[in-house]
Design a binder for this molecule. Sequence first.
Ligand code: SF4
Ligand code: SF4
Ligand code: SF4
Length: 348
Amino acid sequence: MISLTIDGKKATVKKGTTILEAAKSIGIKIPTLCYDPRIVPHGTCRMCVVELEGSNKLATSCSTPAADGMVVFTETKKTTEARRTVLDLLLSNHPLDCLTCEKAGDCELQDLCYKYDVKESSFQGEKLTAEIDRTNQFYERDPNKCILCGKCVYVCAQLQCTNAIGFSQRGFRTHIAIPFEQDLDASLCVSCGNCVSACPTGALIPKRKEKFRYWETDTTRTTCSYCGVGCQMDLLTKDNKVVEIKPAMGTPNEGLLCVKGKFAYNFVNHDSRLKSPLLKKDGKFEEISWDEAYDIIVEKINDVKKNYGPDAIAGLSSARCTNEENYLMQKLMRAVIGTNNIDHCARL
Ligand code: SF4
Ligand code: SF4
Ligand code: SF4
């Protein structure tokens, strides 16, 4: 273990820990745009620069290892000036479209400009005028709002392991594109949306059915209903409608989802979704209460069990349920009803 001092507070961390992680371990947040704890640090954005005692150079805290006895300052006149210059440069070819941008309220660039009081760029020059790419079924890409942080490229390569996108061209013309060796008509992209979830700006945005602002939404942590992995996700809802899904950090999915988990949630909002049990009376389905439904189920199961034995009953569970719900279902069949006839819709 090594010990260092950050903003006057002592941090004791394992050898090899970066300054940024050491600061995080004692509750000090260093601003970043390109950092993602899940990918190899690449020090692209230079927002995380810190001052080190005894050095007149600024160090990128995301890629500089902490050292024993190091003394670090994370918010000084020099770091503030450096961060303001980075933001100033980023805004020099940014549309500043916050009033109508879908990302407003959840944009890391907007938040940092607010924190460091950067309203506009002091540089004048060429602006990007790229067309918005709407070819993907689930998300759209606005290259004009891209700050070239590289998160999408590295998340796709290192976490999703698809390598569908990369940097193209150099200098002012640098942009994110399908790598030149790939066939343009046969993109490797599987539309998982993990790049969209990682993007700090409005450059990658899910296609939306509803108009909403992030500050109008409520967030509910839940488990994805599509398979047994049990990915954790946050449902963003406005007026009781799901409007977006964000992957949760932590086990088992560590901020990743597949195309279904990320984008296929509109069945939840669908008008024809059943919300209460139906009972067929005189050939027509009628809504009944859950209490009535349970009474009927218990009565019928007891009748069958009494007349034909527990093995005349079978339980069919669902891949749409969580592992815990499926466990309870088999427990109900085995321990309460007394049969091993339990299966799952995947083997129908
Ligand atoms: S990406 Fe962020 S900073 Fe840029 S216009 Fe949208 S909200 Fe504003
Ligand atoms: S949607 Fe998934 S596969 Fe496609 S570019 Fe983004 S991370 Fe890669
Ligand atoms: S699209 Fe988003 S994640 Fe990718 S480089 Fe641009 S700003 Fe970064």
